[in-house]
Design a protein around this ligand. Structure first.
Ligand SMILES: Cc1cc2nc3c(=O)[nH]c(=O)nc-3n(C[C@H](O)[C@H](O)[C@H](O)COP(=O)(O)OP(=O)(O)OC[C@H]3O[C@@H](n4cnc5c(N)ncnc54)[C@H](O)[C@@H]3O)c2cc1C
Length: 446
């Protein structure tokens, strides 16, 4: 419980990953910090529900091992990332096509491995005998062009990508001369999954950053569920820093008011809520449009796919955008002898029968015996990033008042963590505190 008449140097409103990453940096610099969280748990969007021995993420969390903030954020040393291997399978024309895995460490080998990762082959013994000459990625020449384009992105620094002309992503992909089948068969479903944007209205700069991350790393999940990441950050804070079940109702530069726990005085306030809650507390802050997302979790006795791969639907033949046997990627998420299949619909919850029929088609197996464990719909899931999008929105509103969160950056875990870092730095500079003060420019995040 929060003591009445509490005081801290900095009050952070919201214990999502942005607020927690800022708190970690502030406390490490010796600044007394209190984090107030309205929910009874930390993590914000990154929460994991436990049902019958299954660990079900509220969101269909896809990370990449190349997100720089996963390495740079203090407190995340214990984070175990479970990779999708092979990274991606594309379902098209009733077949699975794979993006072949590189043989060496992908990140270290950079451009070359990005190019090699794009060779495709049909999946499974049934289809191997009748391998088609073309795949959703097109023929050999198309694949070579795509590989070269990805390799170039992998080798381009984020600053250069952010200086490129900005168009809606779909338009930019075609403008670069890539064949329509490569765009529609591979890049569109991949970017839909990475950006939660089926129509690719996202800024081409943000799409390039997402493709760059994909080309430089591996798609992965946090072992144990999405909640592990914020829990690691919270556990690394001094005891008594985080207070859950405390809703903030008003903020100023010197105090916050809570619904049931009185007022906390301070020298600075950092708003680390979602965009809408931030605008409720500080009218005038921008509320972006959002992409809505539904995540469905099913249990089966037999895994419908042999590999821990992310399966993308290139044909848009049903409501599911992408799906995976999550218990293959991270066995800790399902009890022994059961398979956990998690699927993402980029929209409102569809008819359950349509989902099961589509999954039967995607996996090529009956889904009649599957049990629905949970359906999570988030209407304001991911802030949309149409052009023009500023991925480095100011985090300092005025001395004593700061704002961070994915909506100030890119709408990803990487963006949320990086915005927390930027905000902590701005607070420390204004307070004249901590080792980060005055130590030059932050490196640019990808
Ligand atoms: C369905 C879905 C799928 C996603 N998929 C991906 C993905 O594949 N890859 C990826 O990188 N990212 C993905 N994201 C985005 C990612 O989860 C978010 O960018 C990130 O978790 C946002 O963190 P945050 O700290 O900015 O905000 P949040 O997690 O929203 O945290 C804000 C916190 O503030 C608290 N709060 C709000 N108002 C108050 C108040 N008045 N008083 C006190 N506390 C308050 C909230 O309870 C919450 O805990 C997805 C998100 C969703 C919803």
């Amino acid at each position: 419980m929060l003591e009445p008449a509490h005081h801290a140097d900095v009050v952070i409103v919201g214990a999502g990953v942005a607020g927690l990453s800022a708190a970690r940096r502030l406390t490490r610099a010796g600044v007394t910090t209190v984090v107030l969280e309205a929910a009874p748990y930390v993590g914000g969007r990154m929460t994991t529900e436990k049902v019958d021995g299954f660990r079900l993420d509220r969101i269909g969390q896809l990370l990449t091992t190349s997100y720089p903030e996963l390495r740079r954020t203090p407190g995340l040393d214990g984070l175990v990332l479970r990779p999708f291997v092979p990274g991606v399978l594309v379902h098209s024309g009733g077949r699975h096509h794979r993006a072949v895995e590189p043989t060496g460490p992908r990140r270290a080998r950079g451009a070359l491995t990005a190019a090699r990762a794009l060779a495709t082959a049909p999946l499974g013994p049934r289809t191997a005998r009748t391998a088609p000459r073309t795949t959703p990625l097109g023929g050999a020449l198309d694949q070579a062009r795509l590989g070269a384009a990805l390799a170039k992105l992998a080798a381009t620094p984020p600053e250069r990508l952010l200086a490129r002309p900005e168009l809606p992503a779909a338009q930019a992909l075609f403008a670069r001369g890539l064949p329509a089948r490569t765009v529609n068969g591979f890049l569109r479903p991949l970017l839909s999954a990475l950006l939660c944007d089926p129509d690719l209205t996202t800024s081409s700069r943000c799409a390039d950053l997402a493709l760059r991350s994909f080309a430089r790393g591996r798609l992965c999940l946090p072992e144990g569920g999405a909640e592990v990441l914020p829990e690691l950050l919270a556990a690394a804070l001094p005891p008594g820093t985080v207070h859950t079940g405390v809703r903030v109702t008003a903020v100023s530069t010197t105090s916050v008011t809570t619904a049931d726990h009185g007022e906390v005085s301070c020298r600075a306030v950092l708003l680390a809520t979602d965009a809408r809650a931030a605008a409720d507390l500080l009218p005038g802050l921008r509320v972006p449009p959002f992409h809505q997302v539904t995540v469905l979790h099913h249990a089966a006795t037999e895994p419908p796919l042999a590999e821990p791969a992310l399966l993308l639907d290139a044909d848009r033949s049903g409501p599911v955008a992408h799906t995976a046997v999550i218990s293959h990627v991270d066995p800790s998420r399902a009890p022994a002898g059961r398979a956990l299949i998690s699927s993402t619909v980029l929209g409102p919850p569809p008819d359950e029968r349509a989902v099961l029929a589509h999954l039967a088609d995607l996996y090529g197996t009956s889904t009649a015996g599957w049990e629905t464990l949970a359906v999570h719909h988030t209407r304001e899931a991911v802030p949309a990033m149409p052009p023009p999008h500023d991925p480095r929105r100011p985090v300092r509103l005025l001395s004593g008042l700061y704002v961070c969160g994915a909506h100030r950056d890119t709408s990803t875990v990487q963006g949320a963590l990086y915005s927390g870092r930027r905000a902590a730095r701005a607070v420390l500079a204004d307070l004249g505190a901590g080792p980060a003060h005055g130590s030059g420019q932050l490196p640019m995040a990808a």
